[in-house]
Design a protein around this ligand. Structure first.
Ligand code: PFF
Length: 493
């Protein structure tokens, strides 16, 4: 019998039965392919094209890329599979999913709440950065950059960052588009939009990569990204790789859990998760193969931080033949990547109200979309000189403070919660059943995955978390002995 939302619907520890169905208005993916594209759309975002290249630049290239790949395989992918597993097993989003698999009022539900809070906070400032991409796309389409010197183009970022009007209006337009897609539901909204936008994103990226491969900087860039320059890799860089793996795969905030909840029980979640993580990583690497050749060809430094995309790239792109065209493609690419991620964040928030409070999708999406837009106002105003939001948290702006809390505290804690819950609390029968669904060969991978999710992933996340909040400094374990001590040691030998 189908249970209603208010009933105690929790599944027993030994139970491997399907959970009671929710009301049919929550929606479902049309198929596994739609799920993979939507989840890949969520994973591929500003993190891949904006952040990954510049942290790779800051941490010395190839050695960092290698560590990042290991983090994705050993920590990211296993947790991604665990998150999708909770959603698929329960057919519910975060809070009710944890409740269903434990008990009403269980502290595990806290991870569901934190997921909703993190998604709301992240989207509140993600929308502002996405707004910048729209502004830059607009400037490129209208040919505004054409004929301007490098200093003027670089100066645009400062102007946008400090303008209340520009930030607020672009953020509003972006949030409006995001809300419009989520409003149309899972199959007709998120899945359809992803089926159009993710392939489009791939095509634009390939076109840009072909263009980048014709520039003088291509060989230098390949060596930088894939060559080993270990000297620049610090312990802090290793931790950054773990943290970024979470952000990039959209794990730790119940996003993959929510998307997994629209997937039919019996789907092969291991193959799907691997495809999602593979696409996300491939696109991050290709983004490097676009950004670095173009900036190197222009004699620019790869380690230019967040300004790489919004300051160096427009200058370098405009120096190419057909500059305005390439700049337009690049900023539309960034906008599309941001939009497919933003819809997943809004879905995390809306699905709570749909699943747990039985709101209609329309009401839930509009209320959440509006609330997040309002919450984003302080982020949009964080760069305004003399504004009240430029120094809020211990000298950090509202924008930077929220970014810090979400990326360094909420995401790792959320990921830890998923790993511990799936590894230690979830019913062993159910866990095995959902993991091995879809292919008999998966049984041979189960033991390895379980070991990782029970031990390796939690240990890695705890270390990253303690480092991020300043309790642990793993750098001290790698520190070289002071020169004086070394001298004494050598002379006494
Ligand atoms: N994965 C996205 C990116 O790389 O930009 C960001 C993100 C989206 C994080 C959705 C978390 C999430 F739930």
């Amino acid at each position: 019998m189908a249970a209603t939302l208010g009933e105690d619907t929790h599944m027993t520890d030994s139970g491997s039965t399907a959970p009671p169905a929710l009301n049919s208005t929550r929606g479902n993916w049309g198929g596994r392919f739609g799920f993979i594209l939507a989840a890949a759309g969520s994973a591929v975002g500003l993190g891949n094209i904006w952040k990954f290249p510049y942290i790779t630049g800051e941490n010395g290239g190839g050695a960092f890329v290698l560590i990042y790949l290991i983090c994705i395989a050993l920590v990211g992918l296993p947790i991604l599979i665990g998150e999708v597993m909770i959603g698929t097993a329960t057919q519910r989003t975060g809070v009710p999913a944890f409740r269903t698999l434990s008990r009403p009022g269980s502290p595990w539900m806290g991870f569901g709440w934190m997921g909703v809070a993190a998604a709301v906070l992240l989207l509140s400032y993600y929308g502002v950065v996405a707004g910048w991409t729209m502004h830059y796309a607009w400037l490129s389409i209208t040919g505004t950059f054409a004929g301007q010197d490098a200093e003027t183009i670089r100066g645009v970022f400062g102007k946008v960052f400090s303008s209340a009007g520009l930030n607020l209006s672009w953020q509003l337009i972006f949030m409006f588009l995001t809300t419009l897609i989520v409003l149309r539901g899972i199959k007709g909204g998120i899945e359809l939009a992803s089926k159009i936008m993710v392939p489009l994103l791939g095509l634009m990226l390939i076109a840009l990569m072909i263009k980048a491969s014709t520039t003088d900087g291509f060989a230098q860039a390949t060596d930088f990204i894939f060559g080993m320059h270990g000297d620049d890799l610090t312990p802090g860089g290793i931790l950054e790789a773990v943290g970024h793996a979470f952000f990039s795969l959209s794990i730790g905030m119940c996003c993959m859990l929510a998307y997994g909840s629209y997937l039919k029980r019996g789907t092969n979640i291991v193959a799907s998760g691997t495809a999602i993580a593979g696409l996300d990583t491939l696109i991050a690497l290709v983004a490097c193969m676009v950004l670095f050749p173009i900036t190197f060809a222009h004699g620019m430094d790869p380690e230019s931080g967040p300004g790489l995309v919004f300051m160096n790239m427009p200058v370098a792109l405009m120096a190419l033949p057909g500059g305005s065209f390439w700049a337009t493609i690049f900023f539309i690419l960034l906008f599309v990547a941001a939009l497919t991620s933003a819809i997943s964040l809004l879905e995390v928030a809306s699905s709570y109200f749909i699943d747990d409070l039985n709101w209609s999708r329309e009401k839930a999406t509009i209320v959440c979309g509006l609330a997040i837009t309002v919450l984003g106002i302080p982020s949009a105003l964080s760069g305004v000189p003399e504004g009240i939001y430029s120094e809020v948290f211990f000298g950090k702006s509202w924008f930077d403070g929220i970014d810090w809390a979400v990326s360094n505290v909420m995401l790792p804690l959320g990921g830890l919660g998923v790993a511990l819950f799936v590894g230690w609390r979830m019913s062993a029968t159910l866990r095995r059943e959902v993991f091995t669904a879809g292919s008999p060969t998966l049984a041979s991978l189960f033991g390895g995955w379980l070991f990782v999710i029970q031990w390796i992933a939690p240990a890695a996340v705890i270390i990253v978390f303690l480092q991020a909040i300043g309790v642990l400094d793993i750098g001290m374990f790698f520190a070289e002995a002071p020169a004086a001590e070394l001298d004494t040691a050598t002379t006494t030998d």
